[in-house]
Design a protein around this ligand. Sequence first.
Ligand code: SF4
Ligand code: SF4
Length: 292
Amino acid sequence: MSSSDLNLPQLEQILHDFWATAPSNSLHLETAEKAWDEPLLAVAAGDDPLFAQVKAAIGPFYWTPAEAFALAFPDQPASPAELRVISYALPQTQATRAQQRGERDLPAERWARSRYFGEQFNCDLRLHLAARLTEQGFPAVAPERLPGFDYRQSEQLGIASNWSERHTAFIAGLGTFGLSDGLITRRGKAVRFGSVVAKIDLPVTPRPYAEDHHAWCLWYAKGICGACVQRCPTGAITTRDGHDKNACRRYIREVTAPFTTKQYGTGATPCGLCQVRIPCEMQVPQALLSQS
Ligand code: SF4
Ligand code: SF4
């Protein structure tokens, strides 16, 4: 493949092949189940004004795509318009969602494994995509994998990272935010995200919900549902205030993470009880999808 002919189907093939064959896409169970279902992919323009809006909302420490790219390639300047942000969603498997649906206070084993082993695969996938693009002549970086990636205190939003996979996925057209802050995609909210910024000319994915960042949540769109409120064991979601990040983090740090570490030998910070047994678990709620 020459450096001028990488198109969207070929990019999707790179993503698919790694998802299908990488040994790290595994829950590390005797059943040899994959950690994730097949990914969804979307592409945002590097100069989409929403990136600057997200930065303004989160704080000056937040990276735009051009800033993340410049950190990785200081000697290869690129204008925001020359960049594309490739964003993907990794859906939880049917078996993982089914097991998690049966839990009320603590994450199921498969969920804990997907959060731990599945995120390791996600890190591999970010780096793989960036490496494949770069070696084909399209310099690319996974911002979440940059040494400077970390979490800071946002004046308006509390603890926030300097690159948000969920906000990136929203801008790329993969989904919109729900009452619990999770992103509702066409494969639902039980997903994780990754992204890569590349100097490449790819078609930008149309955003089916324009700029309405709550379009696919029943609560925001129609004032009904609130099922995720009932699913949170610590009251960290309310219809009045949405998602209380501090209460959520506290529950995960103090309860779910120690439990899964002891019970399943997995690390990381799993919970996700609010991502299943809800109308947006595995799809955009039907009533809203038909409007988009
Ligand atoms: S469960 Fe209902 S209220 Fe909660 S995010 Fe999904 S659609 Fe919105
Ligand atoms: S991740 Fe867990 S603690 Fe946080 S809001 Fe969802 S259910 Fe509640």
